[in-house]
Ligand binder design. Structure first.
Ligand SMILES: CC(C)(COP(=O)(O)OP(=O)(O)OC[C@H]1O[C@@H](n2cnc3c(N)ncnc32)[C@H](O)[C@@H]1OP(=O)(O)O)[C@@H](O)C(=O)NCCC(=O)NCCS
Length: 279
């Protein structure tokens, strides 16, 4: 199969991909059970001819299982496996997973190159021991490997930074380490974050449009390429006028409501009083 490496795209799996994923895993002699429950955490490599690689993540409250990494035999050895693995690690980070585990019978040296270390299978945490993969999908002889995400630098390719629509009037993503958070917001015109304050220091840079910061004694208009720095616990409101706005913000300490895993984000933004449309 001729694949132009420049045309490979990486995307999250959709329901319609389930059968193609199963076929690829079957061809690669990997188990196919339990995929559907975790499909939203599967990442695909696609070329014009369809799916050429896959990797899956099972998330269990702070720990994760990387599974189902497979690349079509005819396009192996071109770096696709490594690209998929690094996307699975970045996605795990966005899901607040700190420890990532896997079982493999065939590719322990591949995973060692990706940063995993061998551990005794009995050392994997209980939720993983109870997972389908641990219980029945892989034989006892499979090697168990582990990665601690907080001990390494993580690269986030564009497609992992998916915008979430949980904030009315805005879309955002957030990436956090222990003490620092970076967020990216796209805010609709005529939108307002009501007056609030927070312990976190906030430094905002506008990338596009114009964002207004209303403080006690004055309102600042922050335009493209400009920055506003707000110390801890300073009361402020934020609003847009007639322009869409794109902005990045650095926060310290981390605002936890901006780095919830997908399933837990909704409603948690209330502490930051998300914006509502102006009448
Ligand atoms: C394992 C697999 C996903 C690797 O995909 P790939 O696209 O061929 O891997 P890459 O081209 O990104 O290889 C990255 C590096 O790992 C090495 N590598 C690839 N497969 C390897 C393997 N099975 N064992 C050891 N090293 C391997 C490559 O030589 C390359 O080394 P380099 O960076 O020093 O050049 C692929 O071989 C596969 O689908 N295997 C069958 C399914 C499987 O065993 N999956 C893992 C179990 S969950």
């Amino acid at each position: 199969m001729a694949v132009d490496m420049r045309e490979i795209t990486y995307t999250f799996a959709a329901l319609r991909d389930e059968n193609d994923i199963k076929q690829l895993l079957f061809k690669s002699q990997l188990p196919t059970d339990g995929i559907i429950s975790h499909l939203k955490d599967f990442i695909l490599a696609k070329s014009t001819g369809g799916i050429i690689g896959v990797v899956g993540l099972e998330a269990y409250d702070g720990i994760g299982l990387l599974r189902s990494l497979a690349v079509l035999p005819e396009v192996r050895g071109k770096g696709i496996g490594k690209e998929l693995c690094s996307r699975a690690i970045a996605h795990a980070h966005t899901q607040k997973i700190n420890e990532l585990f896997l079982l493999t019978t065939t590719a322990d040296s591949f995973f060692a190159k990706c940063g995993f270390h061998k551990i005794g299978r009995n050392l994997a945490p209980a939720p993983l021991q109870a997972s389908v993969e641990f219980k029945s999908l892989c034989p006892d002889s499979a090697v168990c490997m582990r990665m601690q995400l907080s001990e390494r630098a993580i690269y986030f390719p564009r497609e992992i930074l998916t915008l979430k629509s949980d904030v009315p009037g805005a879309k955002m993503w957030g990436i956090a380490l222990e003490k620092t958070l970076l967020t990216f917001f796209e805010v609709e015109p005529h939108c307002r974050f009501d007056r609030h304050n927070h312990e976190s220091e906030q430094i905002t840079m506008v990338l596009e449009g114009e964002l207004f910061f209303e403080l006690d004694d004055e309102t600042f208009s922050v335009k493209k390429g400009e920055v506003i720095a707000i110390p801890s616990n300073i009361s402020h409101a934020v609003f847009t006028r007639d322009k869409h706005v794109k902005a990045i913000d650095a926060w310290s300490p981390v605002m936890p409501q901006y780095v919830r895993p997908n399933h837990a984000l909704q409603a948690t933004l209330a502490t930051h009083r998300p914006c509502g449309k102006r009448a």
